[in-house]
Design a binder for this molecule. Structure first.
Ligand SMILES: *[C@@H]1O[C@H](CO)[C@@H](O)[C@H](O)[C@H]1NC(C)=O
Ligand SMILES: *[C@@H]1O[C@H](CO)[C@@H](O)[C@H](O)[C@H]1NC(C)=O
Ligand SMILES: *[C@@H]1O[C@H](CO)[C@@H](O)[C@H](O)[C@H]1NC(C)=O
Length: 220
């Protein structure tokens, strides 16, 4: 399996993070990321993908498996495949029998929060990512985004599948379980404030953290 990873920046840039910088998110950043991705696909004459909330919820759980460890992303570590059935699907209320093949995954993390359009560019930093984006086998997509305790790093995850509409990643009762922190696409869930993303409360927080940015792109 071909694998590419990229490290975007030196670890020695320091930045301060404040609660205010994160409130610019509007509506739902995961939905906006899917919109950016579909706009790019259709401009490239690939079909627009169905935004599947069950799959998107799983993308958010997938991020949570990293427990805020951005470096692990750069090292191309990934959760065991068995986690999908054992942990991610149950956490989302998705019926295990409706899990469908994952045909691509993109993951990126960065110390600071960026707009969904910039997150899209971050995820598209290399050839392999574009190949995954334009893959004709995908039929569905789901995106998740979340911060970590008290702010960054922020993780963005996109999962693709070739599942059939309406019969893949189906949640019990038809609705994927919404949980915070974090936002996922496709659920008509308004999810926009700093609290939604990372449980940052109404206080100024100056965090001096090493800048981290990493990502990977897996064909499967
Ligand atoms: C699609 O995204 C890629 C990667 O960001 C970019 O280079 C390309 O210009 C975009 N295409 C369109 C039509 O926006
Ligand atoms: C699409 O799926 C077919 C059948 O599983 C596989 O042989 C092919 O390599 C896939 N194409 C891409 C671009 O992944
Ligand atoms: C999926 O379900 C929706 C709502 O129940 C329905 O409108 C749509 O036609 C279905 N699509 C397919 C491909 O079955």
């Amino acid at each position: 399996m071909a694998m590419v990873l990229w490290l975007l920046f030196s670890p020695f840039l320091f930045l301060s993070v404040s609660a205010n910088t994160q409130t610019k998110v509007t509506d739902n950043p995961a939905d906006e990321l899917v919109a950016a991705l579909n706009a790019n696909r259709t401009a490239h004459k690939s079909s627009a993908l169905t935004d599947n909330p069950g799959l998107a919820c799983i993308a958010l759980q997938y991020i949570k498996a990293y427990q805020g460890d951005c470096k692990a992303v750069g090292e191309a570590k990934k959760p065991a495949d068995s986690e999908f059935a054992e942990t991610f699907a149950p956490d989302c209320g998705v019926e295990a029998s409706t899990l469908s093949p994952i045909t691509g995954r993109l993951l990126g993390c960065q110390s600071k929060y960026v707009k969904p359009s910039e997150a899209f560019s971050m995820l598209m930093k290399n050839e392999k990512s574009l190949e995954i984006l334009y893959n004709k086998n995908h039929t569905e997509v789901g995106a998740g985004v979340t911060g970590s305790d008290g702010g960054g790093p922020y993780f963005w995850c996109v999962l693709f599948s070739n599942g059939k509409h309406n019969s893949s990643f189906v949640a019990q009762g038809g609705v994927a379980k919404i949980s915070r922190p974090g936002c996922f696409s496709g659920a008509n869930d308004e999810c926009s404030g700093a609290n939604d993303l990372s449980r940052l409360h109404q206080m100024w927080l100056y965090a001096i953290t090493a800048f981290v940015a990493a990502g990977y792109a897996f064909g499967i």
